[in-house]
Design a protein around this ligand. Structure first.
Ligand SMILES: [Zn+2]
Ligand SMILES: [Zn+2]
Length: 330
């Protein structure tokens, strides 16, 4: 059976076709929604107020935005009253639960939170992370571990002891966060594979962590660098949160997907061609091993018996990337 979803992003409409082996029955068509999950305003250390920031993202074609100021819940009800539009734009409440332990920063975002979360101070790193994540879960929100390589604070060994970590940043647009690792420190993608190889069910997100809206250059943490594209039945807070929690999304710094199917059988995708950009898709498995490479806009990988999981990264020749969530056998 063929499900057809209509995608409305930025300019124009795209048709996304998803092949599925589900029994033939009417299914609610799902759409793709682009959003940024990590954003600062003058409510903490951002340089523009919430209304300016919320407007910036709306004007740049985003469908949803989480304002995630440090240890404060930036009010969004009034902003949504002015800016929210059905199926077009929505603000979702958030907080960056910001702590440190032994001078190592531990920042955990809370998505869909309604009350400010007072951080917990632990003595051991795994206990500290776990307790703050649990507080976020208890508040009915979804936690994400932010920029582990910021000040080289966290390594995968700190995260392996944490249970039920649903999301980790694999790309953060802030210039000081060391996404690529180096000098013996894992990249964020390598950390992700370490966790996946240890059979942690964790999805990878790309975010802006935007602070600077006045001056744009590579020393600034500007908006528009990393985002997620979530598949949901409508642009509602619950629908978007459910899509993220289920891993029904991809992360991007510019590569746009036209089709994406992830199932227990593997991954199939089609890139939306941008200009003359050339695409290479890496299919990556346990311990970060590259299982296969595909050139061009179409790429597919069928899970083999020997594969624990497969995830895909699409590299554009222009430097843009997209990260597809892992597929694994049940
Ligand atoms: Zn942070
Ligand atoms: Zn931040």
């Amino acid at each position: 059976m063929i499900k057809i979803g209509i995608r409305a992003l930025g300019l124009g409409l795209l048709i996304a076709v998803v092949w599925s082996n589900a029994p033939a029955q009417p299914q609610q068509a799902k759409r793709w929604y682009k959003g940024n999950l990590h954003t600062h305003t003058t409510m903490s250390d951002g340089d523009m107020p919430p209304d300016y920031v919320a407007n910036w993202y709306k004007e740049h074609g985003y469908n949803f935005l989480v304002l995630s100021d440090h240890n404060v819940l930036t009010p969004i009800a009034e902003l949504n009253g002015v800016l929210a539009e059905p199926e077009k734009y929505l603000l979702i409440p958030g907080e960056e639960v910001t702590t440190s332990l032994d001078k190592r920063p531990v920042h955990i975002n809370a998505y869909g939170v309604d009350q400010v979360i007072k951080p917990f101070q632990g003595n051991e790193m795994h206990e500290h992370i776990q307790a703050n994540m649990n507080l976020i879960r208890k508040a009915g929100a979804l936690p994400a571990l932010n920029h582990p390589n910021f000040q080289w604070a966290l390594q995968s060994k700190d995260l392996l002891a944490v249970e039920n970590l649903p999301l980790i940043e694999v790309y953060n647009g802030h210039p000081a966060v060391n996404n690529r690792g180096g000098g013996g420190f894992e990249s964020l993608e390598q950390m992700w594979d370490t966790l996946l190889t240890a059979r942690k069910k964790v999805f990878g997100i790309a975010v802006d962590d935007a602070h600077n809206y006045k001056k744009f250059d590579k020393t600034m943490s500007n908006p528009g660098r990393g985002w997620v594209v979530v598949r949901a039945s409508s642009l509602g807070r619950k629908e978007i949160m459910d899509g993220i929690a289920a891993g029904d999304f991809y992360s991007s710094t510019g590569v746009e997907l036209q089709e994406l199917e992830t199932s227990a059988k593997g991954i199939r995708l089609k890139v939306k061609q941008a200009g003359t950009v050339k695409y290479t898709t890496e299919f990556i498995g346990a311990r970060g091993k590259v299982l296969a490479l595909a050139h061009g806009a179409d790429a597919a990988y069928a899970l083999k018996r020997s594969d624990q999981y497969v995830r895909a990264v699409v590299h554009g020749s222009n430097g843009d990337d997209a990260w597809v969530q892992p597929a694994a056998r049940p």
